[in-house]
Design a protein around this ligand. Structure first.
Ligand code: GLN
Length: 284
């Protein structure tokens, strides 16, 4: 198929994507802009330009993959998180906008205790989006990025290099806080928190992300439970642990937190949609 110009290519792609996404035109534009190495504004300003044949071939293939349900960031290989661009592959969870709240809360903690945040641990780092954003915003901090998956750690390492924080990021392969060699001022984690029984009802595109990054036993709390049991031994006085949770897990997680930390302040913060999203435990 030969298109007259970028606008015609966009029109074809929008039609193809109609049943796979709520934003077919936007996604068509994102695929096209990525291939042209332009931003969307540049694309929209040049819709009458021709599409080089080499790019057209890949564009067609990308649109068909997206139409078949593959997540867009796995096709383009990138996603924006906290205004930084991260490489992603099917070995890692795709960073979500909700998780930016967790990063903001960690930064709030650091700004309330100036100079005191020297050690940060990110449990289940995946693409590294949380650890790398924190390392780039807190230049005095050393960060440990922990993951059970060595392929995820490779992606995180690449992202750390790209954002110039490789020297202050230490990659540890292992289970939760077990490999952490010292206690931390801030522990952050976006752990798996979906119940196994919910897997089948997840959208097709989500089921293409690693199950290891999503599933956490029969009630979705297996990982949080183990993390909270390990955390008291790894959190410094005055430190905070921040954990992303599911929208209906606030009460259950708060009870687990109070069991693990008897003298700490435990709170649940809701996201912009008003849903339970982040547990914070703060030690005196
Ligand atoms: N920390 C990464 C993120 O927030 C990965 C989390 C995970 O794999 N559960 O995107």
């Amino acid at each position: 198929m030969q298109w007259m110009n970028l606008e015609a290519a966009r029109r074809w792609a929008t039609g193809q994507l109609e049943h796979s996404t709520e934003k077919p035109r936007l996604e068509a534009e994102m695929l096209l802009a990525t291939l042209l190495d332009w931003n969307r504004a540049q694309l929209l300003a040049h819709l009458d330009a021709p599409l080089p044949e080499t790019i057209a071939t890949t564009f067609r293939a990308w649109v068909l993959r997206r139409a078949a349900g593959e997540p867009l960031p796995y096709i383009t290989g990138r996603i924006e998180f906290c205004a930084l661009e991260f490489a992603v592959t099917p070995a890692v969870l795709i960073p979500r906008p909700e998780t930016e709240l967790l990063v903001e809360m960690a930064l709030e903690h650091a700004s309330e205790t100036p100079g005191a945040t020297r050690t940060i641990a990110d449990v289940g780092t995946g693409s590294g989006c949380i650890a790398i954003t924190l390392a780039s915003r807190l230049p005095q901090a050393q960060c440990y990025a922990i993951d059970l998956s060595s392929t995820a750690l490779e992606v995180a390492r690449k992202n750390a290099a790209r954002h110039g924080v490789l020297k202050r990021l230490h990659f540890l392969e292992g289970d939760l806080l077990a490999p952490l060699p010292e206690s931390a001022d801030i522990i952050v984690s976006n752990p798996p928190y979906i119940a196994e029984s919910e897997w089948e009802s997840l959208p097709l595109s989500v089921r293409q992300e690693p199950a290891l990054a999503l599933l956490a036993g029969s009630d979705g709390l297996d990982i949080v439970r183990r993390l909270l049991a390990q955390a008291p031994a790894k959190l410094k006085p005055g430190g905070s642990i921040l954990v992303e949770i599911g929208e209906r897990q606030g009460a259950a997680v708060l009870a687990l937190a109070r069991q693990a930390f008897t003298r700490a302040e435990c709170t649940i913060r809701t996201d912009l949609a008003g849903k339970d999203r982040v547990l914070q435990i703060r030690l005196p």
